[in-house]
Design a protein around this ligand. Structure first.
Ligand code: C2E
Ligand code: MG
Ligand code: MG
Ligand code: MG
Length: 285
C-alpha cells in the first residue's frame, strides 16, 4: 500500500508540474504577444507626504489587460517574465511608457511630482544608464522626474559593478529607492555601500500596525535607522487610519496605500493631481 501511495503521489506531483510548465509557457507566449499588442498598461499609485498630506510622488505599476482573463496584476506574470528573460522587454516598455506619460502630463500643464518605476535586477547592466538617458531625452523628460525602485536581491548580488551603475544613475539626476525593505537580506552595512535615498518599508510590516508588537518594533527600527542614514522613508500598503497615525508619529515621511488610493489608470491619477487631492489627517476617525 505504501508503495502504491508513493506512486500515486509521484503521479500527482508530475502531473501538477506538467500543468504548471504548460501554464508557464502559455503565459510566456501570450505575454510576448501582449507587449507589441497594446495589452499592457501602467497604473499609478500616489505617494503622499505625512506632513502636508499632499501627493509628492507616484509609482507606476504594470497591468495586463488580457483579452480573455481581464485585468491581470504582476503577481501572475512578472515571475514568468523574470524567468524567461521577457522582463527586459517589459522593462523597456515600462520605461518608454512612463516617460511618454510624464511628457504628456507636463505638456497638458500638470505640475508633476516624480514618478517611480520598478526595475528588475536583470535590467541592471552596464548599458542601463545609457538606455534610460536615451528614452528621457527622446521624451524631453528631466532625470529628476524619474525615480527608480530596486529590490534587495540586487544589493545582495552587490558587486562594485552594481554600485558603479547606481552611482552613474544618481549622477545623472535620478534617485533610487529600495523596495520591499526588510524582506530580503540586506543589512545596515549593505545600505551604506549604495547611493540609495529612500527606503520603502514592506507592506508585511505595516499590516500589523499598531497592534502587533513585533511589527511596531520593526517599523520603529527601520524609521530610526533611515533617519540616521538621512534616507527618506515610505510606508507601503497603508490601509487604515490607525496605521497612518502610528507611522506619522514615528516620523515616517510618506505613505502609499489603499487608505489614500489604490493604483489607478493615468486619467484618474491626473484628476487627483489636478484637483489637489490631499490626505486629510484631521477628518480621519
Ligand atoms: P511593489 O513594487 O512593492 O508595488 C507595491 C504593490 O503593493 C503593488 O502591487 C500595489 O498595488 C500594492 N499595494 C499598494 N498599496 C496597497 C494596500 O494598501 N494594500 C494592498 N493589499 N496592496 C497594496 P502590484 O501592482 O500588484 O505589483 C506587485 C509587484 O509587481 C510590485 O511590488 C513590483 O515588485 C512588481 N511590479 C509591478 N510593476 C512592475 C514593473 O513595471 N516592473 C517590474 N520589474 N516589476 C513590477
Ligand atoms: Mg515598487
Ligand atoms: Mg514595494
Ligand atoms: Mg512590495
Amino acid at each position: 500500500r505504501a508503495a502504491q501511495n508513493i506512486e500515486a503521489g509521484f503521479l500527482f506531483y508530475s502531473e501538477e508540474m506538467n500543468r504548471r510548465a504548460k501554464e508557464h509557457l502559455r503565459i510566456e507566449s501570450e505575454l510576448r504577444h501582449a507587449i507589441g499588442n497594446d495589452e499592457l498598461a501602467l497604473y499609478y499609485q500616489p505617494k503622499v507626504s505625512l506632513r502636508s498630506g499632499r501627493i509628492v510622488g507616484a509609482e507606476a505599476l504594470l497591468r495586463w489587460r488580457h483579452p480573455e482573463r481581464g485585468l491581470m496584476t504582476p503577481a501572475v506574470f512578472i515571475p514568468v517574465a523574470e524567468e524567461s528573460g521577457l522582463i527586459l522587454d517589459l522593462g523597456a516598455w515600462v520605461l518608454e511608457h512612463a516617460c511618454r506619460q510624464i511628457s504628456a502630463w507636463r505638456a497638458a500643464g500638470l505640475s508633476m511630482p516624480p514618478i517611480a518605476i520598478n526595475l528588475s535586477a536583470r535590467q541592471f547592466d552596464a548599458g542601463l544608464p545609457a538606455r534610460i538617458a536615451a528614452v528621457l531625452e527622446r521624451h524631453g523628460v528631466q532625470p529628476e522626474q524619474l525615480n527608480l525602485e530596486i529590490t534587495e536581491s540586487l544589493l545582495v548580488r552587490g558587486t562594485e559593478h552594481v554600485v558603479a551603475i547606481m552611482n552613474e544613475l544618481v549622477a545623472m539626476g535620478m534617485s533610487l529607492a529600495l523596495d520591499d525593505f526588510g524582506t530580503g537580506y540586506s543589512s545596515l552595512a549593505y545600505l551604506k555601500k549604495f547611493p540609495i535615498s529612500t527606503l520603502k518599508i514592506d507592506r508585511s510590516f505595516v499590516i500589523g500596525l499598531p497592534f502587533e508588537e513585533n511589527d511596531c518594533a520593526i517599523a520603529r527600527a527601520i524609521v530610526t535607522m533611515a533617519q540616521q542614514l538621512r534616507q527618506e522613508i515610505v510606508a507601503e500598503g497603508v490601509e487604515t487610519p490607525e496605521q497612518m497615525r502610528f507611522l506619522r508619529e514615528l516620523g515616517c515621511d510618506q505613505l502609499q496605500g489603499y487608505l489614500f488610493s489604490p493604483p489607478v489608470p493615468e486619467a484618474d491619477f491626473a484628476a487627483m493631481l489636478h484637483e489637489g487631492k490631499r490626505l486629510a489627517f484631521e477628518t480621519l476617525p
